[in-house]
Design a protein around this ligand. Structure first.
Ligand SMILES: *Cc1c(COP(=O)(O)O)cnc(C)c1O
Length: 369
């Protein structure tokens, strides 16, 4: 959309929300008038809509995606003394949430093709302290669901989905948010379904688990008695204004994701061969939260993109087990470590036009055709 300047933003959040302005103003006015800023009717409406979208029975709106993971773990009784298996290649929030719940993250390596958690590595990390496996649907692609589900079943572990980058993704037809014991979503503004501030949700078909999450996230309150605190809870709630914005944006999620797929198809057609998109599992319907390619010339590529006015990123340059905050939580994990030096994220916002993809590919062709 920035054809005149030739610049291609990595993500333009003003552009993404521009055509919703009038609808948002109407929705906000309604909230201003009823005054139930937290836990208003907008929250309930969005929870119903998003549970249905994820083909699950329950959705609980929470304050952010990190809290959603922590609340799932706590609601499952996972905490001190427990280990939770987490892929080394993820946003650090996955591991932070495990720590916040009192458990220990154990990082495992990823598959060299998809860069998603390697089920064999996860199986090798299971011991008697292991309580759960978090499958992170990173970049918009769901993990190898059958292998992880059967590992979890076989070993009596909870299979939890971190779906913060995968709203609308599917695996063998099954929606993200419907394949694990519970799933955590983030509505951080840059996600495929983004609010206008922080937000998150826990999605599950286990109604009792959803009820525990809801109480934990609302000061441990009993459902029908606000002065009875049944659990040592906390405050992590989705507010009405964010829920109203999310209900306005949910109907466009599928077409936005389709646009992301089309942009990725064009990248595959036009990228120079030295930039190889991360593989897609044939069973996965990818929603391309990020367009990640591998290259041996990342430094030159980044410089060429910047010079051409193209936004880019690296997700993530340092695997979690090498972060100072998580020292000692994983051994050498060669696949994740090598990938971290080669991955490059290209712009793939649904507001980009076909010419933007051409501009990005042209800039890269200058580096190494
Ligand atoms: C964004 C993200 C989170 C955290 O979500 P917040 O809403 O920012 O707390 C967790 N996991 C992954 C993979 C993410 O991308």
């Amino acid at each position: 959309m920035n054809g005149n300047t030739g610049a291609v933003p990595f993500l333009d959040l003003v552009d993404i929300n521009a055509d919703l302005q009038t609808d948002l103003e109407v929705a906000w006015k309604a909230v201003l008038q009823h005054g139930r800023f937290v836990g208003g009717p907008e929250v309930e409406r969005f929870e119903t809509q998003f549970a249905a979208y994820c083909e699950s029975r329950s959705c609980v709106g929470v304050a952010n995606g990190t809290d959603a993971i922590e609340l799932i773990l706590t609601a499952l009784g996972i905490g001190g003394g427990d280990e939770v298996i987490v892929p080394a290649n993820t946003f650090v929030a996955t591991a932070e949430a495990v720590r916040a719940a009192g458990a220990r993250p154990v990082f495992v390596d990823v598959r060299p093709d998809t860069l998603l958690i390697d089920p064999a590595a996860a199986a090798a990390a299971v011991n008697r302290r292991t309580a759960a496996i978090i499958g992170v649907h990173l970049f918009g692609q769901m993990v190898a669901v059958p292998a992880l589900s059967s590992l979890a079943d076989r070993c009596g572990l909870a299979f939890i989905e971190d779906a913060a980058q995968a709203h609308g993704a599917r695996y063998s037809g099954h929606a993200a948010g419907s394949v694990g014991r519970a799933a955590a979503f983030s509505f951080y503004p840059g996600k495929n379904l983004g609010a206008l501030g922080d937000g998150g949700a826990v999605v599950t078909s286990d109604v009792e688990l959803a009820d525990r999450v809801r109480r934990l996230a609302n000061h441990g309150r009993a459902a029908h008695d606000r002065h009875r605190h049944e659990l040592p809870g906390r405050n992590s709630r989705l507010d009405s204004i964010q829920a109203a914005a999310l209900s306005l944006k949910l109907p466009r999620l599928d077409s936005d994701n389709a646009r992301r797929r089309e942009l990725m198809r064009r990248y595959r057609e036009s990228l120079p061969v030295s930039f190889e998109p991360v593989a897609v599992d044939p069973a996965a319907e990818h929603v391309h939260h990020l367009a990640v390619v591998r290259t041996l010339r990342r430094e030159q590529a980044g410089a060429a993109l910047s010079a051409a006015g193209v936004g880019w990123g690296v997700h993530y340059p340092v695997p979690c087990h090498l972060q100072p905050a998580f020292a000692g939580c994983g051994e050498r994990l060669p696949v994740a470590e090598e990938a971290a030096t080669q991955i490059l994220s290209l712009p793939i916002s649904p507001t980009l036009d076909d010419g933007d993809v051409v501009r990005v590919c042209d800039a890269l062709r200058g580096v190494w055709p």
